[in-house]
Design a protein around this ligand. Sequence first.
Ligand code: SF4
Length: 338
Amino acid sequence: MIVDRLNRPLGSLRVSVTDRCNLRCRYCMPEQEYVWLPKQSILTFEEISRVVRVFTALGVEKVRLTGGEPLLRHDLPTLTAMLARIPGISDLAMTTNGLLLAKHAESLRSAGLARVTVSLDTLRPERMRDLARTDRHADVLDGIAAARRAGFAQLKLNTVVMRGVNDDELVDLVDFGRAQGAEVRFIEYMDVGGATGWSAEQVVSHREMLDVLTRHYGTITPIRADNAPAERFRLPDGTTFGIIASTTAPFCRSCDRSRLTADGSWLLCLYAEQGIDLRAPLRNGASDADLAELIAATWQGRTDRGAEERLGLAERTPLFKVEGLRADPHREMHTRGG
Ligand code: SF4
């Protein structure tokens, strides 16, 4: 097992397959225009599977497909099948905004995708229009239903909670999750690249969320942590939900995850200033052993704890201004895969 300087193993890899997205969520892509990664820089399926194979040989067991919106990548089930064949992956998952999930759920399940997380920030179509600039709320609900029918285990729904935007829907979302056989995970609004309108006042802390839910449901019991980013809880009726307190109570000390962008930049932290270019060695004849050596040596030097450092700031403002994001699209959360 390879560990970094804080003794954190190289355990999970988020693989972004495209920087494109068909939503414009306020907390991630609020601008009117974006700078996109050049087409020729995007890794092919063969390149992605080769890199993932090297990572798994070094100990990565959990692989999650992300974007942008991963289902915008043409023929994703083919990549899924290629990854599902790699020995050593115990958990192959995907995070999607759900818009195209109804069409692809069956084929992804057949290809070997084990788990799906769908972003669902509101149950109100008119609110989604304002929050994500889309009229397609019904398509997301169809996608969730299709994922259930396709038989994905542990269906999860991710909700970014923003004060004054959707923080009055916590109970409704938990009830919806229960009815769908899905676990809702509330995520604190994060000051990551892309969130140019972020402010501390809009963050609803995990403490506040628990207070609201306790007032409604009664005693809430924490469930023993399994090293996942979400703290999980159980309601008196047995319903479970999670809270990801990345902003007010970060979990950097146990963070085993890194991110591969669609063009092969490897980021050791969501807040990392820069990534390590894996595309150049991949395309310039590096062997698997060369790649493994580069990845292992880099991970062994890792000290990143971005969210904890942000928490220590006296005054917290958005991580980047628009000009900084335009100068390097790798700083965008939709490029880094959330
Ligand atoms: S901020 Fe960086 S180190 Fe901390 S949990 Fe997120 S990715 Fe991991």
